[in-house]
Design a protein around this ligand. Structure first.
Ligand code: ATP
Ligand code: MG
Length: 319
């Protein structure tokens, strides 16, 4: 099964954003959307656009917000056979407004939307049994039923000889809930590849202090590779075998930061699984994240290899 598709499990959402920066939604505003969104969906779309075989297990409502997502993923080559349609709930949504300082105000409808109605359907089980790689999104741990599904998918993909990556993209407070901390730790223990952003490295390692100490702690737990996202400063790569790579940040004007980390991950996993070495995969992932922030909409800037090559040639790096 090693060559089977990369799969992920979790929320599909539409994002609707305020056109003007400001605070919250307590007055009538010009909005733009719906844009296809949801961290796992952005990841898998970028994975497919980069040429990786890719599929997602998710749930949408029987509405246009669901169709805007499914149509996009299908267009970009994602296997959508395990996206269920729940006629009783609307597709999940996130309304977002950027504040002048770059932080964000959100109104979410996820927990009581179709996004939380996921289950292991026959199609989902079939996709898991074909998978060669499972990508676990930290955000998915927020939905208890998804956490259960991830446990089962992890066991199946592992026993079929597949590999596992984890984006520990989760808020620290979430770890207080129920079994989340244990489950999160189990995912890390089972990860071949970790894709943390900034402080998430320490959250994943359970070690404070130096980057080296956190990286070593993760290698001691069996993680083989770490691709560390550094926002506008680019990214670094560490392997347990002692390889270290850097990719300096691309000098871009950031129009919409949402989805950068997910595009980075989708490109990195796709490139590695297509046989690329770590330095080339890191450069493509860095380019995918940077390109995505130049376009409005969470996955509108996901690029094909040809688009990423053009982006790399035409964009300078930060000093
Ligand atoms: P997200 O907001 O999607 O959760 P993240 O916090 O997981 O993102 P970041 O480190 O912010 O991850 O971004 C991921 C990658 O995208 C970076 O490592 C870099 O390659 C690229 N990137 C993000 N923002 C910028 C930027 N302003 N300029 C250049 N590259 C960027
Ligand atoms: Mg992140």
């Amino acid at each position: 099964n090693e060559s089977g598709p990369t799969i992920t499990i979790g929320e599909i959402l539409v994002e609707i954003m305020a056109v003007e920066k400001g605070h919250g939604f307590r007055e009538p505003l010009a909005l733009i959307g719906p844009y296809p969104s949801g961290a796992p969906a952005i990841f898998i779309d970028q994975c497919a656009r980069a040429g990786g075989s890719a599929g997602i297990i998710a749930c949408v409502g029987d509405d246009d917000f669901g169709r805007v997502n499914t149509d996009r993923l299908l267009r970009d080559g994602v296997d959508v056979s395990a996206i269920a349609v729940d006629p009783a709930y609307p597709t999940g949504s996130a309304f977002v407004r950027y504040r002048p300082d770059g932080s964000r105000d959100f109104v979410y409808n996820i927990g009581k939307s179709a996004a939380a109605r996921l289950e292991l359907t026959a199609s989902a089980r079939a996709l898991i049994s074909r998978a060669g790689h499972l990508h676990i999104m930290g955000t998915a741990f927020a939905i208890p039923v998804v956490a259960d599904m991830l446990d089962e998918a992890l066991a199946t993909v592992r026993s079929n000889g597949g590999s596992v990556s984890v984006d520990p993209n989760m808020r620290k407070e979430l770890l207080q809930h129920g079994q989340t901390a244990e489950r999160f730790a189990r995912a890390i223990d089972n990860a071949d590849l970790l894709l943390p952003s900034g402080e998430e490295l320490y959250l994943a390692a359970g070690v404070e202090g130096s980057e080296e100490a956190a990286v070593e702690a993760l290698f001691a737990r069996g993680v083989a590779e770490i691709a560390l996202k550094r926002g506008e400063r680019g990214a670094s790569y560490y392997s347990a075998a002692g390889v270290r790579c850097e990719s300096a940040g691309f000098a871009v004007a950031e129009l919409d930061p949402t989805g950068a980390g997910d595009c980075f991950g989708g490109a990195f996993v796709a490139c590695r699984r297509l046989g690329m070495g770590p330095q080339d995969a890191l450069d493509y992932a860095n380019a995918a994240g940077a390109r995505n922030v130049t376009v409005r909409g969470p996955m509108e800037g996901a690029g094909t290899i040809a688009e990423l090559d053009l982006f790399k040639r035409s964009t300078g790096r930060r000093p």
